[in-house]
Design a protein around this ligand. Structure first.
Ligand code: CAA
Length: 405
């Protein structure tokens, strides 16, 4: 099927970003939300971002105007009827999403491709609301959408291979790099990324060190931004919605840091509300009061901070994904580089599994055991890691680990 017109449901950060890249690639786009003001705010954010590209000389002024002309704002779902592809990017609430998919099912022709940008909810479950279900899949973008190259393509149990191929091709046409991942809570990238982002929140709420120090140390280790600044950019509200879903799915390996909920209730949603972990670029008195109360409740404070504490949570989850065949070792690492800027060499080779090979898998196993004993069972090393070490697969130093050298 040829895709010419794309409908985007939801004009938030992710919806707006998707509209931006799809319109910039030459497609007609309809953007829908529940009020004119929400849709218009998204369009003015896109306009601002395009103006920056004009200023930098990346696109001529006429192109900016043409891109904006291709975007049609609406609050009427009927305006999506003739789109060949519809991408849902509304709030991470299963019921709201299922209601929308049922309405789309009644409204659109049976060949319309329906995709969800969910980061945690089951594609297979959502696919069951449209008929035929084989035209439903996950297309998961990363924030900020114009800057991050990755799109995860997630087939549900019912998705046909033709629809997957069409959407892999669509992702390339909007200048993204698609990587296929199996349907599981968090899929590939969020499943590996969220333990790391959550561990940074735990370290902050425990007062392991100051938030600024956590972010600075991570950046000194080659990451493009610190995990706490990233949580503020993605949105504290997103954490409040997504962490409990992963905790429900995977149990104690994914504890929910109390800090998300406490910041949310204090109206600190991150960049979108003006303050989150940071206020004007630094942690303020209100933040320290919030973590003091958490420490009184949990009795956990002044724990150890090191960048390994954060990265090892990614490594261990990457091993789970490898063994469950959520993706290959190559794709796991490539996805983490393209979707989150995990440090890599000049050829783009890097990622949590390469990081582990570089450090030595015996060292990784010892460190995970140490953190399991000192910080808790969320660090329990995956059994596959023990098998690798026992078999002499120790990483780069012996030329074999998760990769061959
Ligand atoms: N909108 C549009 N473009 C943006 C942007 C935004 N909000 N922020 C940055 N960019 C673009 C810039 O225009 C610039 O483009 P050019 O190189 O073509 O000029 C490029 O990105 C680099 O930006 P900057 O030079 O201003 O800043 P930087 O080098 O510090 O990069 C960053 C900024 C891209 C955000 C970088 O810090 C980064 O990669 N951070 C990690 C982001 C990440 O991990 N995202 C995933 C979060 S998890 C998620 O999204 C999952 C989910 O389900 C919600």
């Amino acid at each position: 099927m040829e895709i010419r017109k794309v409908g985007i449901l939801g004009a938030g950060t992710m919806g707006g970003g998707i509209v931006h890249v799809v319109a910039q690639a030459g497609f007609q786009v309809v953007i829908l939300d529940i009020s004119d003001s929400l849709v218009n705010e998204a369009i003015s954010r896109i306009e601002k971002s395009l103006s920056k590209s004009v200023e930098k000389g990346k696109i001529p002024l006429q192109e900016k105007d043409q891109i904006l002309k291709r975007i049609k704002p609406t609050i009427r779902i009927e305006d999506l009827r003739d789109a060949e592809l519809i991408i849902e990017a509304v709030v991470e609430d299963l019921k709201s999403k299922l209601d929308l998919f049922r309405r789309l099912n009644d409204l659109c022709p049976s060949e319309t491709i329906v995709a969800s940008n969910t980061s945690t909810l089951s594609i297979t479950r959502m696919a069951a609301t449209v008929s035929p279900s084989e035209r439903f899949l996950g297309l998961h973008f990363f924030n900020p959408v114009p800057a991050m190259r990755l799109v995860e393509v997630i087939p549900g149990l019912q998705t046909s291979s033709e629809i997957v191929d069409t959407c892999m091709d669509f992702a390339k046409r909007i200048k993204k790099i698609p990587i296929k991942a199996q349907d599981c809570p968090g899929f590939l990238v969020n499943r590996i990324f969220m333990p790391y982002a959550g561990e940074a929140m735990l370290a902050a709420q425990e007062g392991a060190t100051r938030p600024e120090e956590i972010d600075k140390t991570v950046k000194q280790n080659g990451f493009p931004m610190g995990p706490l600044a990233l949580n503020d950019m993605v949105g504290i509200d997103v954490g409040v919605h997504t962490f409990p879903i992963l905790n429900e799915a995977y149990g104690e390996r994914f504890p929910v840091p109390l800090l998300f909920e406490r910041l949310f209730h204090a109206g600190r949603l991150g960049v979108k509300s003006g303050k989150g972990i940071y206020a004007n670029g630094k942690a303020d008195d209100e933040f320290f009061e919030i973590i003091r109360k958490i420490q009184d409740e949990t009795g956990i404070k002044n724990t150890e901070f090191s960048v390994e504490r954060l990265i090892l949570r990614q490594v261990n989850e990457a091993i789970y994904c490898l063994q469950e065949k959520i993706a290959t070792a190559d794709d796991i690492d490539r996805a983490m580089v393209l979707g989150t800027g995990f440090p890599c060499d000049g050829k783009g080779v890097g990622g949590p599994l390469h990081w582990a090979d570089e450090k030595g898998l015996d060292w990784v196993l010892d460190k995970l055991n140490y953190f399991k004993d000192t910080l808790g069972p969320r660090f329990w090393p995956h059994p596959l890691l023990k098998q690798y070490v026992a078999a002499g697969y120790l990483g780069k130093k012996v030329k074999k680990g998760f990769f061959q050298y």
